[in-house]
Design a protein around this ligand. Sequence first.
Ligand SMILES: NC(=O)c1ccc[n+]([C@@H]2O[C@H](COP(=O)([O-])OP(=O)(O)OC[C@H]3O[C@@H](n4cnc5c(N)ncnc54)[C@H](O)[C@@H]3O)[C@@H](O)[C@H]2O)c1
Ligand SMILES: [Zn+2]
Length: 384
Amino acid sequence: VSRILQRFAVQYEYPVYFTRQVFAGDNPTFAEALGASAGSPPRKFLAIVDDGVARAWPRLTADIEAYAASRRDRLELAGPPLVVPGGERCKNDASLVELVLRRLSELGIDRHSFAVLIGGGALLDAAGYAAATCHRGVRIVRVPTTVLAQDDSGVGVKNGINAFGKKNFLGTFAPPFAVINDASFLTTLETRDRVSGMAEAVKVALIRDAAFFTWIVEHAAALAAGEGEPLGELVRRSAELHLRHIATSGDPFELGSARPLDFGHWAAHKLETLSNNELRHGEAVAIGLALDSLYSASAGVCSSEVAERVVATLRALGFTLFHEALLREKAGRRAVLEGIDEFREHLGGELTVTLLADMGRGVEVHTLDEARILTCIEALRARA
Ligand SMILES: NC(=O)c1ccc[n+]([C@@H]2O[C@H](COP(=O)([O-])OP(=O)(O)OC[C@H]3O[C@@H](n4cnc5c(N)ncnc54)[C@H](O)[C@@H]3O)[C@@H](O)[C@H]2O)c1
Ligand SMILES: [Zn+2]
């Protein structure tokens, strides 16, 4: 026997900008994010735009073209911005990935060119998957346009689409070249999309930062009303905590069996599918957080005061913490419980679920008691 041990490490680094009106002519952020500078060849990019964003911002594609035209020495449009369907349907339908890849091919996008993804978490996931597999990965700049995408998904390292009835069954780990969080996009969100994204901030506060959770409780009314300033702070603090986790957890590409930031998610992913995507991801996460908090109290992992505070805060933010999908039966078993098996399968290895130990602190367990879960579902129904 002989053996060669191959070993190398790759360092990743990317900036996350916070700005407003990113394509206003006098905002230098976008050019800077692409690393465009005088004297070096123009940065070539294709913008891929969520149709929900294009509808809410009718001048956006023209603004992108004008922005590039006014910096012709630094930026080069590979082609006109490509507007594609956004929302969860774009992750349920593989044709979007093909459409994006076909366009990247037609435009001769190479590994030094940029795919600039502008949209909600679903569009970023689906178009990001396409861009990450094109030439084994072209440069990706994300411009997240929802609360959820700005405070969680858009600043992270993952992409993916749904397949065979499973959330995120196909996907890759692909750190972006840069991320630009533009707060002005949040002003055109429907109420439910604005509220929905706050679930991920509550989640990360609960397991990582008790002071942030207290801040959310204190600002719940203003956040529920959509006031810009507290919403901006919520996005920034949540994004920071998610970024810190990726950088310092020791497992940015999730090689282990634990995924602490998926607190509340075993039920959430299943509920999205069971509700035929009637529930948005964040809405399903809120239900999952309430369920797993009640479960934590019931199992004696945290106090019932802590669990009640979670439920009250989610409600104050505008979440509905029950959905009929929780009651659906399949082959004599409550269908949502399949989410436990699928969660284990998605991560691999031993089932590892985060429960709530106290405000700001999670704890990992390796089994869930199904009868106890059903009791907690009843408790949610009784309050609905
Ligand atoms: N990759 C990750 O690490 C990660 C993490 C968390 C969630 N996610 C995924 O993110 C997705 C949810 O993302 P989401 O909550 O952003 O919802 P979404 O992408 O489904 O967007 C919701 C709706 O808002 C519209 N929209 C987007 N921006 C808008 C704007 N500025 N003004 C008006 N309308 C706008 C979209 O067209 C869509 O109809 C789920 O698929 C979830 O699995 C991924
Ligand atoms: Zn999530």
